[in-house]
Design a protein around this ligand. Structure first.
Ligand SMILES: Cc1ncc(COP(=O)(O)O)c(C=O)c1O
Length: 416
């Protein structure tokens, strides 16, 4: 190995599998400015290193510094839902850039006001108001604090396998010893119950329970789709025991499952959105009913950048582009993709599951090898859980992009 190889970013299998390519590329590109080296040297190493340096995006493709193109089947963990360099989004953002980028929430603003109104209308529930943040985890932090303010209670229930972020409040709701252990004791009291089992939820509730936090489809833990009507039953139980329902749609919302919300059949008390909601810009949204909004005092929770006009312009354009035609397209492409993946015959594949364009393929083993093979074939996908290959493509992919991906996936599965 070259003596100029930087310290390792993480020590998992994923990294080791990508290492040989890294060394080879280093030699090939000896005269080029090595951003990989710089990033590994100067950025705190909390991420595994995928060993490619991507510098440009256009449509469904990302390009490395040698202008090699990669088909993006992960949209940056579900963020870049309209692909890259989207002319509609860009034009709108450029206009907002000229007018006003940032404005504190204590001043009113046309773009923020319209984004908030359009979002509440798009959610079609009993929701009344939105609190704007800058990321998913912040949306959850606000949700937990609002639930405490509304109920005066501090006990929560979340799900085994649930993922809600990694700041201290959301980490308390998130499942997974490896993320939590170093930071115990975490906040308040969080009990965890089996996802998809409403009876367990009912047993876990006591008189001090404030709220139940749940994803409509568990993303990070492996694209787990609950039984039909699970959320409706959960809603009934929350009503019966007078606890709040917090639905985390940070990964599933903004059209990912083929509906604007995956939880459209129920109304939560607090709904969290993030990821693709601003068409690729950093955003978090905590949406509440009027009852909850009435119990949130001024000054109690704020954010300098939250609701800035630039990001709100991204939200307005996103809500406009996400019309019924595009949502139907997400549904149809999702079905097409899932059926094609299901048609692959291989002992390595245990299950293909998903809804719309959040799709997971559970494999017996060799998941990380599959990710690496696909990357070598210039298709970018991401992991979920222990053994799931996750596809979160942009909504603008075509059937040809899906055919290409499935063909490469089959080739990789066959070669392992
Ligand atoms: C369901 C869910 N909730 C919360 C989060 C945290 O969002 P962020 O990484 O933007 O803080 C994620 C991120 O993957 C998520 O999938």
């Amino acid at each position: 190995m070259s003596s100029r190889v930087p310290p390792l970013a993480g020590r998992g299998d994923l990294l080791r599998l990508f290492l040989p390519r890294f060394t080879r590329d280093r030699n090939d590109r000896i005269n080029m400015k090595d951003y990989q080296l710089l990033q590994q040297k100067y950025v705190v190493n909390t991420y595994p290193d995928r060993h490619i340096t991507l510098i440009k995006g256009d449509g469904v493709y990302l390009y490395d510094q040698n202008n090699q193109k990669y088909l993006d089947m992960m949209s940056n963990y579900g963020v870049s839902i309209f692909g890259y360099n989207n002319p509609h989004i860009n034009k709108f953002l450029r206009n907002q850039l000229k007018n006003l980028v940032v404005l504190h929430g204590s001043f009113n603003n046309n773009t923020r006001a319209l984004a908030s109104q359009k979002l509440i209308e798009k959610c079609k529930g009993y929701y009344a108001k939105v609190y704007w943040a800058n990321s998913g985890t912040e949306a959850i932090e606000a949700a937990l604090k609002f639930a405490v303010l509304a109920t005066g209670k501090k006990k929560f229930i979340s799900c085994i396998g649930g993922y809600h972020g990694k700041t201290l409040g959301s980490l308390s709701a998130t499942s997974g010893e490896k993320y939590k252990n170093p930071f115990e004791p975490l906040l308040w009291q969080f009990k965890q119950v089996t996802f998809g089992n409403e009876k367990e939820l009912e047993k876990a509730i006591d008189k001090d329970t404030a709220a139940f936090v749940v994803e409509p489809v568990q993303g990070e833990s492996g694209v787990i789709v609950p039984p039909k009507d699970y959320l409706k039953k959960v809603r009934d139980i929350c009503n019966k025991h007078n606890i709040l329902l917090i639905i985390d749609e940070i990964q599933t919302g903004a059209g990912r499952t083929g509906d604007f919300l995956a939880s459209e059949e129920v109304s939560a008390d607090i709904l969290c959105l993030g990821k693709g909601l601003a068409g690729g810009l950093p955003v978090g949204a905590t949406i509440v009913t009027q009852n909850i909004a009435n119990k949130i005092p001024k000054h109690i929770h704020t954010s300098t950048f939250g609701g800035n006009p630039f990001v709100c312009a991204g939200v307005i354009k996103t809500l406009e582009i996400l019309d019924d035609r595009l949502l139907n397209q997400v549904k149809n492409l999702g079905e097409y993709f899932i059926n094609k993946l299901k048609a692959i015959k291989s002992d390595l594949i245990l299950q293909v599951r998903g809804k719309g364009l959040i799709i997971g393929v559970e494999v017996k083993d060799k998941r990380n090898a599959l990710l690496k093979f696909l990357q070598d074939e210039h298709v970018l996908v991401i992991p979920a859980g222990e053994n799931v290959v996750r596809f979160l493509p942009p909504f603008i992919i075509t059937k040809e992009n899906i055919d290409f991906t499935v063909e490469k996936f089959k080739k990789c599965v066959d070669s392992l």
